[in-house]
Design a protein around this ligand. Structure first.
Ligand code: ACO
Length: 323
């Protein structure tokens, strides 16, 4: 049986950091409100020369370096984003070209904040199906470009960045004890499509549009949807929350993360939190958090790691893997 094993992780954030206090001249808000309601203290904001493709390329190069590989070793790129460089071609193809690759295949995945979990699952299926041997899975976003900077209910919440993993298919054992992706669960329900959306697009307004969100509605559904997919992957893997070494959730809001961990019975010290540094970076948030926890030595080879995300659509999903 083939298993998709993580070989390396990398991340990139824009140079410019925006602190909560930097918003007080833009909208009617305060550091205290943002910190208490969200746990966010700062976020990175892309400059004109930093794009979803450039950030994704930088994260991919770092992941390749961590894996001891070069672009020649990769035959698939799946890039999760809702803020592509262009409507088409896919930003994944732009990254492929920037990496100097003229072999293999590359495509984008659009599932908003769940994008990375969807992309990881898709890459895993391609590897296990024999379509690819080694994949770059990238989450890269420049949400600052689709924010309404006059809307205090959304502009304080998001940030820019990218993270990437190198996945490699290896022949070997399966089961929860073996390294690699053990189980995934994906869900969506378009009945919620108007609660978090961008009010523009090529086929409707012909514009890019701005992000619109009913924050309270998203919050109301988030914990139940997250626990639904997490319980599904734990059950299918035959493990319990106690067996987990690390919980790496989508970093939208510290209160959602805390409530989900509490409902699932996951101890605080196993939860990786980076929302304070990055804000909500949508599809980039899970790989940015993974990079932080691998970089500081928390996540180690052999650890049982649970990833989850929930976002616009709504979409939601979870992946259980042994690092
Ligand atoms: N500064 C100060 N006051 C604010 C701000 C702000 N930045 N934003 C909203 N307020 C005000 C509101 O206007 C409201 O005032 P009112 O009572 O006079 O009407 C008050 O604060 C409370 O607003 P709520 O929306 O009830 O605040 P809540 O506690 O729900 O927090 C938040 C808002 C942080 C958006 C929360 O609902 C949340 O995190 N929701 C989930 C959002 C999320 O995670 N989205 C990402 C999903 S992932 C994706 O796919 C992109």
């Amino acid at each position: 049986m083939i298993r998709s094993v993580v070989r390396g992780v990398g991340a990139e954030t824009p140079r410019r950091i925006m602190h909560n206090n930097d918003f007080v001249n833009l909208v009617d808000t305060s550091d205290e409100w943002i910190t208490q309601r969200t746990g966010i203290r700062q976020r990175h904001i892309a400059s004109d020369d930093e794009t979803t493709a450039s950030l994704g390329e930088a994260a991919a190069r770092k992941a390749l370096s961590a894996a001891g590989m070069t672009p020649d070793d990769i035959d698939l790129i799946v890039l999760a984003t809702s803020t592509p460089n262009n409507t088409f071609p896919a930003t994944a193809v732009e990254v492929q070209h920037r990496l100097g690759m003229d072999h293999g295949f590359a495509f984008d995945m659009q599932a908003v904040c769940s994008g990375f979990v969807y992309a990881l699952t898709t890459a895993d299926l391609h590897i296990r199906g024999g379509m690819a041997k080694r994949a770059l899975v990238i989450g890269s976003e420049t949400f600052s470009r689709i924010l309404d900077w006059t809307d205090r209910t959304t502009c304080v919440l998001f940030g820019d960045g990218a993270g990437a993993l190198v996945l490699e298919g290896i022949e070997g054992e399966t089961g929860a004890g073996a390294r690699g992706i053990i189980a995934s669960s994906l869900r969506s329900d378009g009945v919620h499509r108007d609660k978090l959306y961008v009010d523009g697009g090529p086929s409707t307004t012909g514009t890019v549009g701005k992000l619109r969100m009913e924050g309270r509605e998203v919050f109301k559904h988030a914990v139940a949807m997250i626990t639904d997919v997490v319980e599904d992957v734990l059950g299918r893997a035959g493990v319990t929350a106690d067996d987990l070494d690390w919980f790496v959730p989508h970093q939208a809001n510290k209160r959602i993360i805390d409530a989900s961990a509490r409902k699932l019975g996951i101890a605080d010290e196993k939860v990786v939190i980076t929302v304070d540094r990055h804000g909500n970076t949508s599809a980039a948030s899970v790989p940015l958090a993974l990079d932080a926890a691998v970089g500081d030595g928390r996540i180690k080879k052999g650890d049982l790691v649970l990833l989850e995300a929930m976002g616009g659509g709504f979409t939601w999903g979870a992946v259980l893997l042994r690092w």
